[in-house]
Design a protein around this ligand. Structure first.
Ligand code: SPD
Length: 303
């Protein structure tokens, strides 16, 4: 622990009470000018390394299982990752009538792929992750997520997701963007050229779902994406899921569709056959698109 902890200096802080060290805390480094952030008590640093692209850490927490951190930002905990990965995957996959080719951009931890391969209709999954270091660390320390990457339908590409998408016209029924935040290598995935290239990479009834932050904390980011995505995609919606270990306890996604309505036909028969779900249900799918009034001010209902 001591050696790894030294390397992770700055990522974790100590809580002191009456001059005694009471514990170690990881604090999500992003507070977005809101004057609040989230801390998670940890008991060990399992891995800490710097790849060509970013700083990757895997921490063991007191109560939330293992925690994956990239560049000081919480990516997932074992405690609630299911809420994120089930909703980013099953919502588009159960709207599309035949999702056979799926592309995941980012998602090197494997959680999204683990959910996608639950669908027998899926024939191939391409995962384009910029950083091999994330996959290697997660294979070793987060096998409950990464083991799906070994499924024979999955092929991993290491490279820039934006370039990858631009080179593959008409190739996928579903694209899922399981990205970091719009800082560092993830920035390009929140910009108009990338959304336009995704549209070209999708088949006629294709759907792209993109990680797009929290309505409480990131209104400017969400408004920015909405402004161009609404011009590109005939059906555009925004939905969210509840993830207590993310700042503000929630995170949302854009549903960018060339034809299919996110609340139109949800295939309930296929949904009932999915194994091991803890969050997704057709009821949660429908509810997730109902936004609070303050968010409706900048995100009108599905167009
Ligand atoms: N603010 C953090 C957003 C992280 C979203 N991506 C998480 C990756 C999990 N597969």
């Amino acid at each position: 622990m001591a050696e790894q902890q030294k390397k992770a200096q700055g990522l974790i802080t100590m809580e002191k009470k009456k001059d005694q060290i009471m514990g170690l805390w990881f604090q999500d480094c992003i507070e977005f000018g809101h004057g609040c952030t989230l801390s998670i008590r940890i008991k060990d640093v399992l891995y800490h390394g710097r790849s060509r692209f970013q700083e990757i850490s895997i921490l063991d927490t007191e109560k939330m299982g293992k925690l994956l951190v990239i560049d000081g930002v919480t990516m997932l905990t074992e405690f609630d990752e299911f809420a994120y990965h089930e909703m980013i995957s099953h919502v588009p996959l159960l709207v599309h009538p035949k999702p056979s080719r799926v592309l995941v951009i980012g998602g090197g931890d494997g959680g999204t792929v683990r959910e996608i391969i639950k669908h027998p209709e899926v024939e191939t999954v391409h995962l384009c992750e910029i950083d091999e270091g994330v996959v290697t660390a997660c294979r070793r320390y987060l096998p409950s997520l990464a083991s799906g990457l070994d499924d024979p339908r999955v092929k991993i590409f290491y490279g820039d997701g934006a370039k990858f998408v631009a080179d593959r016209p008409n190739a996928y029924e579903i694209i899922i963007v399981d990205s970091t935040d719009p800082i560092g290598p993830g920035q390009v995935l929140f910009q108009e050229p990338f959304y336009a290239d995704m549209k070209k990479a999708l088949t006629e009834q294709g759907i792209a779902v993109t990680q797009c932050e929290s309505v409480y904390l990131h209104r400017p980011v969400i408004e920015g994406v909405y402004a161009f995505a609404r011009k590109l995609y005939p059906k555009l919606g925004y939905y969210y899921t509840l993830v207590p270990t993310y700042p503000s306890g929630m995170i949302g996604f854009f549903f960018c569709s060339k034809k299919l309505d996110p609340l139109g036909e949800i295939n309930e028969k296929r949904a009932a056959k999915l194994q091991g779900l803890k969050y997704y249900s057709p009821e949660m799918h429908r509810a997730a698109f109902s936004l609070p009034r303050f968010a409706r001010d900048f995100l009108p209902p599905v167009i």
